[in-house]
Ligand binder design. Structure first.
Ligand code: KG4
Ligand code: ZN
Length: 348
């Protein structure tokens, strides 16, 4: 049995959790900086770094308190070392190194995107969701869509620490497209949850936005075309003095993005002989994406899995889960561990 303390500071959440054996969440503390960054319409890296410095010690302390554990019960410290914003990453990495050294606890470096994927293994007795964990947990191999504010990938998860990228975006990330369209229709930051909510009142077939594919790989994505089509639609209406139905714009845009995300992922799973598809990353919190992926996957005879909502956006539990699998595979970081802002999936 191993208790892993996971530390996540790659963007705008200071998050720490204790997870047992990569699955059982013992504590999960998230301090979100969103209200601070909302003032500026997006994440300001210097402010994010400063907030992490101010909060990290309190968040670690609270995670241990909620787990009712002392340092001698922690078997390893897992920390995100990339990808992400360099300043924020450095706060987590240097804190984790100092603690590992002072408390003489093994240190494991975790890739943030692999962390998002490992959120699929988490079980939380306190939370319940209609979709997650119904099948008693997921095991590799499976095809996973990882869609967040900075990344959109289709990843074949071959084993708990082995990943192969099957598809990627050529321009914007899916979450970035949600955030930009939200800003254009005046919804503010972060846009994803706001588009999700407004879209429920709109007609997804009201406006035909393009479902772009990219020539050289049938699994790759391009979201800048959809985003530009939305901006052109809004500008066109403004020039003609016409009022737009924002809910219809949100619903039609969201449907266009989700059609592409779901169809490419399911096709990749079928072509690679996978029996299960999974979701990960902040966009995996999208209610229509969750139901659409489930319906379309099951229609093709595939099993579907997604993390509980709280584990889709950035958190420490997913880092502890990924760290656990690295730890049992024997991987250790030393005190030279550095932040790598553009760390790639599968890179060690
Ligand atoms: O994984 P995450 O917390 O941070 C990154 O690693 O980027 O993802 C944040 C992204 C943002 O772009 C946010 O707008 C999007 O996930 N997001 C959503 C939803 N909740 C968060 N996008 C669509 N629908 C949602 N419900
Ligand atoms: Zn993330």
């Amino acid at each position: 049995m191993s208790n892993i303390l996971g530390i996540e500071t790659s963007c705008d959440e200071t998050a720490v959790a204790v997870v047992r054996d990569g699955r059982e969440v013992i504590s999960n503390v998230i301090y979100t900086q969103i209200p601070t960054h909302t003032l500026y319409g997006g994440v300001v890296p210097e402010i994010a770094s400063r907030e992490h410095v101010l909060k990290i010690n309190q968040v670690i302390k609270k995670a241990l308190e909620e787990a009712k554990m002392d340092w001698d019960e922690i078997d390893a410290i897992a920390v995100t070392y990339g990808p992400g914003l360099v300043g924020p990453l450095l706060i987590g990495v240097s804190t984790a190194k100092a603690l590992a050294y002072a408390k003489n606890i093994p240190l494991v470096g975790v890739n943030h995107i692999e962390g998002h994927i490992c959120a699929n293994y988490l079980e939380d007795k306190k939370e319940s969701s209609e979709q997650a964990s119904q099948d008693g947990g997921i095991e590799p191999p499976y095809m996973c869509l990882v869609a967040s504010g900075g990344h959109s990938h289709i990843v074949r998860v071959d084993d708990y620490t082995k990943y192969t990228i099957i598809g990627r975006t050529h321009d914007d990330a899916a979450g970035e497209a949600f955030d930009k369209v939200a800003r254009a229709i005046g919804l503010g930051y972060p846009g994803g949850p706001k588009v999700d909510k407004l879209a429920r009142e709109g007609d997804p077939n009201a406006i035909a936005f393009p479902r772009a594919s990219v020539g050289d790989s049938k699994y790759d994505f391009s979201f800048s075309g959809i985003k530009s089509a939305v901006l052109n639609y809004l500008n066109g209406a403004a020039m003609k003095g016409e009022e737009v139905n924002k809910a219809d714009v949100a619903a039609s845009f969201q449907q266009a993005i989700i059609d592409v995300l779901a169809d490419h992922t399911i096709q990749a799973a079928l072509d690679h002989g996978m029996k299960t598809v999974a979701l990960a990353g902040g966009v995996a919190a999208n209610s229509l994406l969750r139901t659409t992926m489930k319906e379309r996957a099951e229609a093709k005879g595939l099993k579907f899995h997604c993390p509980e909502l709280i584990y889709c956006t950035d958190n420490g539990a997913m880092i502890a889960a990924a760290g656990y699998h690295e730890f049992v595979a024997g991987r250790r970081a030393d005190l030279y561990l550095n932040a790598i802002p553009n760390l790639k999936i599968g890179e060690r």
